[in-house]
Write a protein that binds this ligand. Structure first.
Ligand code: ARG
Length: 283
């Protein structure tokens, strides 16, 4: 049953890819660099055979940073859970594959996919034009907002107050870091005012220890961290609106088609929503 589905997907792919690649060629033509060209021709081969390229036979390797509740976190018995982990498991199931979580620093996830060590990155990763130069993104499966966590007694009331010589903690390599460390002309606070931490939990520890005055991070992890630690609150003013998607190596279009196909089915039949509802209790 599962196997048959995978095959059908594969055949549908070949047609979809020819169209996809043609569109790609015309829009990227002038600007593609040598690396992108090589990746594109690898994609042509995959298209011809309609085969999904995987790091390991029968497995779907997901690069993530499992310190980002409720999207990905570790369990007491050394396993992984969270919205991304469960959606990825459901996608793997549909493709007849076994999900393997590759836990690493968030800033290492894109390279893991580019090098083929992992098949996809699913890490509450925001789609940005810069990242799209390095990997392709699936359809969006969640929306997020960057928010600001401060100590309850902080004099920081709005995001404008962050400009008053404050130190901001962020997770390294994230959109929160990218926005905050940008120049004031571009809406940031300048690199000198931002400290980056390996993950969100460490940034929150720095906030609790008084090493930074605020932490800028995605809204759902922010809620989870504020719930787990006393004396913190989230500012009402929001920072940025973002979309999460799954990142896949450029050229692995067969995998992209298969993942998008599975994701759309899981959205349509309510599976994605029920996974989200399990982890996020709506107010
Ligand atoms: N959405 C932010 C970004 O894409 C933060 C994601 C961090 N994810 C994680 N699993 N630590 O930059």
């Amino acid at each position: 049953m599962k196997k048959r589905m995978a095959k059908v997907t594969g055949i549908a792919l070949v047609a979809a890819m020819v169209i996809g690649l043609a569109a790609c060629g015309s829009s990227n033509g002038g600007t593609a660099d040598a690396g992108a060209d090589a990746a594109a021709s690898a994609g042509t081969e995959a298209a011809a055979s309609g085969e999904i390229q995987l790091a390991e036979d029968g497995k779907l390797h997901m690069a993530t940073n499992a310190a980002f509740p409720p999207y990905e976190m570790t369990t007491d018995d050394g396993g992984y859970e969270g919205i991304d982990v469960e959606i990825a498991t459901a996608i793997a199931d549909k493709l007849g594959l076994e999900l393997v979580v590759d836990d690493m620093d968030f800033s290492a996830t894109i390279a893991a996919v580019q090098s083929g060590k992992s098949d996809m990155v699913m890490a509450g990763m925001t789609v940005t034009p810069e990242r799209q130069e390095n990997i392709d993104f699936s359809d969006t499966y969640a929306n997020a907002i960057q928010v600001v966590i401060v100590p309850e007694d902080s004099d920081i009331q709005t995001i404008d107050d962050l400009a008053n010589d404050k130190m901001i903690g962020c997770q390294e390599g994230t959109t929160g870091y990218i926005y905050c460390s940008d120049t004031p002309e571009n809406g940031g606070y300048g690199e000198d005012h931002v400290l980056s931490y390996t993950n969100g939990a460490m940034a929150v520890q720095a906030l609790l220890g008084g090493k930074v005055d605020a932490v800028v991070i995605d809204n759902e992890p922010a809620k989870a961290f504020v719930e787990a630690n006393e004396g913190l609150r989230i500012l009402d003013t929001e920072f940025a609106n973002e979309d999460y998607a799954i990142g896949i190596a450029k050229g692995n279009d067969a995998l992209m088609e298969a993942v998008n196909g599975a994701l759309q089915e899981l959205i349509a039949d309510g599976t994605v929503q029920s996974i989200v509802d399990k982890y996020i209790v709506s107010e």
